[in-house]
Design a protein around this ligand. Structure first.
Ligand code: C2E
Ligand code: CA
Ligand code: CA
Length: 685
């Protein structure tokens, strides 16, 4: 099969050449040239026989470098390895040679035995690469396929061809679950289908490039490409009915034939990537934007180290709100990239890239450290900070060092673990549950609080969560952004939050943008919310101002049950509110602040019996209001002083007596909220 056994020696010194010839002539045929020009002339005639070129760099006439410039322009010489002869440690020219594509070096003066050894090595290696047929499928190898593509393109210059590259989705999984033999069966069936198609379509070349990657080059016609992919798909389903095989196929319509075949491949590959993992789409065509996207992606990857070193990534904080108190409780740290030239780059542009490349692991850790630094700063300033939550991406969840990393961080910055909450994305939970559970349990033991992020975006069920040591549920914003917010999203959200309550898991709903949504969440008993309605992610300084202002407005509110009652009462749609209205006893809720009394909420019975009695005149009505106020003001003043205030009796009007009790149901700094109940005691007087 390999008849090529000729060595081309290019050297200007006849004596040296002769000595070499003597040594290798037994094993190889030898052609020789005295300079680059002569070598090129020989190659033009004999290139298909030449197995290796041994090239001297320094020669009169065309020297070795000039020769290589010409030589590597010829596609048909691609598979001829070059060994360069150098004189003592000229690393500069070595580097130049390697860049040009040289395979190996030998030192001058030649050691004939060593040279023979090198030659053999290089030939073996090149034969392996040049093998024309793939052992498993019998199809063309990459090398042979590329060469055939090149020649078919040059033979058919008038025609437009398509370079089609496809692979089998989840092929690794088939290999892992069903074994290598089953994997080979799949590959062979692809090969035989391609063979069948080649009898129908003209100028149809195909090969297996590596693993599960195949390529086809054929005259471009959209319907034929569809035909090809459909045939493959149908045939693959017959191989094994247990798993649904899908191919991802990228097409480059070859409108620039000057490209290297490998560049055509790159373009088809870019296109193929865009339909990976999509259930309906199997074929994607290359377009210029893809190159732009790839450049952008490459830029983002290349820049990451510098960006981390130069601290271009900044922590933004988005407060979370307690829906019972309507006050912030902690914040989520979100990364922002301030690039010195490009300005602000959105996380949506770089996070997915880093996730695909695993780089996100480093960025995560950068953010954790900065969150710790921030907490340390606040503690040093004598503040009593609320927790910061940080995102933990999939690669880190499976990082065996994870627990240790967090432990080191809180030790280094002397931070109570409860102050650093960890947001673990839901989708990462489902892969290796045992491992994730163990990690979470270890983190818990250290005192960290764990949140499941983006709950509802994936497939996990609450059923799984009941076995996990989770502290909070962060519900994905898609439920709120649902087009039919008043339809399904709302129903699903209600049941998710109700179920979470059964598991004693407080919920945080993300992406809350409107008052209507806030009211709805309060109504279904959701505990926390995060979203633009309350606050957007903001720089640290802004967050500090925000927290300070909130504190100024009143001492931090504790989430005691009384406040909960009050807040439920505000919400006229809440269950408590409706119950309140149904009561047969008149009730009013007052706020007392700076010696001023304000009526906040009354129930229907109060309105009917005490205020809007139809039978009384306006002046009588005012008199009653005034009397009631006087009585209550006295009672409230007492309570503010800390005195006990028992039930009081008062006459509303002639012979209508009420016993009035006042109960404090909420307290914030200088404000108290009281519930006043009126019992009709007229018949007992
Ligand atoms: P996420 O963890 O689900 O974060 C919430 C995202 O929703 C943030 O987008 C936030 O700005 C946005 N958001 C908050 N409220 C609203 C709202 O009311 N309406 C809408 N439409 N959006 C809202 P951001 O900052 O662009 O981050 C996007 C995603 O990038 C994050 O989603 C998270 O998955 C990832 N990410 C951001 N920062 C980090 C980080 O430091 N580490 C890791 N691993 N991932 C991060
Ligand atoms: Ca998050
Ligand atoms: Ca989220």
């Amino acid at each position: 099969m390999y008849s090529k056994n000729t060595i081309l020696l290019v050297d200007d010194e006849e004596v040296v050449k002769q000595k070499l010839k003597d040594v290798i002539e037994d094993a190889y045929d030898v052609l020789d040239a005295s300079d680059g020009q002569e070598a090129l002339e020989i190659l033009a005639v004999h290139y298909d026989k030449v197995a290796v070129i041994v090239l001297d760099l320094i020669m009169p006439g065309m020297d070795g470098f000039q020769f290589m410039d010409e030589f590597y322009k010829h596609q048909e010489y691609d598979n001829i390895p070059v060994i360069v002869a150098t004189s003592n440690n000229d690393w500069h020219s070595e580097q130049k040679c390697l860049e040009a594509g040289v395979w190996d070096f030998v030192m001058k003066p030649y050691n004939p035995v060593l040279l023979q050894f090198r030659i053999k090595n290089v030939i073996d290696k090149s034969r392996m690469i040049m093998a024309e047929r793939d052992a498993v499928t019998g199809l063309y190898t990459k090398f042979k396929f590329y060469r055939t593509v090149r020649s078919i393109l040059s033979e058919n210059r008038e025609e437009t061809f398509a370079f089609v590259r496809f692979d089998i989705d989840r092929f690794k999984m088939i290999n892992n679950f069903y074994g290598i033999n089953e994997g080979d069966k799949v590959l062979k069936s692809v090969a035989s289908e391609l063979g069948r198609i080649s009898t129908v379509l003209e100028k149809f070349i195909y090969g297996r490039l590596e693993n599960d990657v195949f390529a086809v080059c054929m005259p471009f016609r959209e319907e034929n490409i569809e035909l090809l992919v459909n045939a493959l798909q149908i045939n693959l389903r017959k191989v094994n009915k247990d798993y649904n095989i899908k191919v991802s196929c990228g097409v480059y319509v070859i409108n620039d034939t000057t490209l290297d075949v490998s560049e055509m491949y790159d373009r088809a590959y870019l296109a193929a990537k865009s339909c990976k993992g999509k259930f309906v789409q199997s074929i994607a065509y290359y377009n210029e934007n893809m190159i732009e996207d790839m450049r952008q992606e490459q830029f983002i990857i290349n820049e990451v180290n510098r960006a981390i070193d130069e601290e271009q990534f900044e922590v933004y904080l988005q407060p979370k709100f307690n829906l019972v108190t309507d006050r912030s409780y902690g914040a989520e740290a979100l990364v922002r990239w301030k690039h010195p030239e490009k300005g602000m780059i959105s996380p949506g542009d770089f996070i997915p890239v880093y996730e695909r490349n695993g780089i996100i692991g480093r960025l995560d850790q950068y953010m954790w450290r900065h969150a710790c630094m921030l907490l340390r700063k606040w503690l040093d300033e004598g503040k009593n900070p609320n927790p910061i939550s940080v995102n933990v991406s999939r690669v880190n969840i499976y990082n065996p060092q994870l627990v240790q990393i967090f432990k080191n961080l809180i030790t280094e910055y002397r931070i109570p673990a409860e102050l650093l909450n960890l947001e673990l994305t839901e989708s990462a939970f489902m892969e290796d549950q045992d491992l994730v559970m163990k990690t979470m349990s270890n983190l818990h033991q250290l005192g960290f609080k764990i949140m499941i992020d983006d709950f509802g975006s994936g497939y996990s069920s609450l059923n799984v969560l009941k076995d996990m040591e989770v502290d909070y549920l962060k519900v994905d914003m898609k439920f709120l952004q649902d087009q039919q917010f008043n339809g399904r999203g709302e129903k699903v959200l209600t049941s998710v939050i109700r179920m979470a309550k059964w598991l004693h898991l407080p919920s945080i709903v993300e992406g809350v943008e409107t008052l209507e949504q806030v009211d709805f969440l309060k109504c279904i008993g959701c505990e926390y919310a995060q979203g633009y309605y309350y606050a957007k992610p903001m720089p640290v300084e802004e967050y500090e101002v925000f927290v300070a202002r909130e504190e100024e407005m009143g001492a931090r509110c504790t989430t005691d049950e009384n406040v909960m009652i009050v807040n439920e009462l505000w919400n006229t749609r809440s269950g408590l509110s409706r119950f309140f209205d149904m009561l047969e006893t008149p009730i009013a809720v007052y706020e007392y602040r700076n010696e001023k009394l304000e009526l906040l909420r009354t129930n229907t019975r109060y309105e009917n019996d005490i205020v809007f009695d139809q039978n009384v005149s306006e002046s009588e009505h005012n008199r009653r209001m005034y009397a009631e106020r006087e009585l209550l003001e006295e009672a409230f003043a007492k309570i503010m002083r800390g005195d006990f205030c028992g039930p009081m009796e008062y006459e509303l009007t002639e012979d209508i007596w009420y016993r009035v009790t006042v109960k404090v149901i909420g307290k914030r700094a200088d404000t108290i909220i009281m519930m006043v109940t009126f019992y009709d005691i007229s018949e007992y007087r």
